[in-house]
Write a protein that binds this ligand. Structure first.
Ligand SMILES: Cc1cc2nc3c(=O)[nH]c(=O)nc-3n(C[C@H](O)[C@H](O)[C@H](O)COP(=O)(O)O)c2cc1C
Length: 238
């Protein structure tokens, strides 16, 4: 951890109002991002504060995209702390924090793969070896898999749907925090997220749901070209 005076410390503490963004000449070109016109723009949006790379909040919101191809190493401890902390600024009715996250790294990814394979066979005993192997390898697609769980807490004013939405918002915040630091990330579910064998194996209670598997790592290859959405057609004056 850096001294309280260092810019890094400001980032770790998430004290964004105190951040002084450096001049554009200090922009940091991320070497892991390819130099297509879109990606060149993306890398220019990432600033360096000491050892920390991060993006202006609006740039992160406007430029984020999923990265399916990820590789090691595991993000630094500081990056991980920034990601985890981002979950806690999700909108959250009655501040219930209706979420928890399982951190799956290293050999635990193989254990998760075994669980996926077990779930596949439990569902379909005739599953062929290739399909079983595919399930087993899924968690190896990134150095870090966060199992994001909506953890319902009974409350007179906050129905389950609102708590699920908060857990989803926390997951999206972490996706953005990863992206803002130049990491690649992808939110995945598939039938495994709803599978009873997987839920039991991960120790979920009956009230809990997996809202997503967040795959996080180093961008391996490029990021996709962003299309300009037809934003206006989704907003009607009322
Ligand atoms: C709850 C949820 C579950 C998702 N599950 C999957 C999945 O299992 N497989 C997949 O390819 N994409 C999945 N996606 C979509 C991707 O994460 C991604 O958002 C989508 O491919 C669009 O790309 P973009 O994020 O770059 O806009 C899921 C998204 C959400 C919100």
């Amino acid at each position: 951890m850096q001294s309280t005076q260092s810019p890094d410390k400001h980032v770790v503490n998430g004290a964004l109002s105190q951040l002084q963004f450096p001049a554009l000449k200090d922009c940091f070109m991320l070497c892991s991002i390819s130099t297509s016109p879109t990606n060149a723009g993306l890398s220019k949006a990432i600033y360096r504060f000491g050892n920390t790379h991060c993006m202006n909040a609006l740039d992160a919101l406007h430029l984020r995209s999923s990265v399916p191809k990820l590789s090691g190493p595991l993000p630094s401890q500081q990056m991980l702390e920034n990601i985890y902390k981002a979950a806690f600024s999700a909108a959250d009715h009655a501040v219930l924090k209706p979420w928890r996250f399982l951190v799956v790294t290293g050999g635990s990814r193989e254990k998760l793969g075994e669980l996926f394979a077990k779930a596949g066979v439990a569902k379909d005993a005739s599953l062929n070896q290739g399909a079983i192997e595919k399930l087993r390898c899924k968690p190896l697609r990134a150095p870090l898999v966060l199992v994001c769980i909506s953890s319902y807490k009974p409350h007179p004013k906050v129905p389950e749907i609102e708590q699920d939405l908060s857990a989803g918002a926390a997951t999206q915040n972490m996706l953005l925090a990863a992206f803002a630091q130049g990491l690649g990330a992808m939110w995945r579910t598939g039938s495994l997220a709803y599978d009873p064998t997987v839920k039991n194996g991960l120790g979920l209670s009956v009230e809990e749901k997996i809202v997503g598997f967040l795959y996080i790592g180093t961008i391996n290859g490029g990021t996709k070209q962003l299309c300009e959405p037809d934003i206006q057609s989704y907003f009607q004056q009322w």
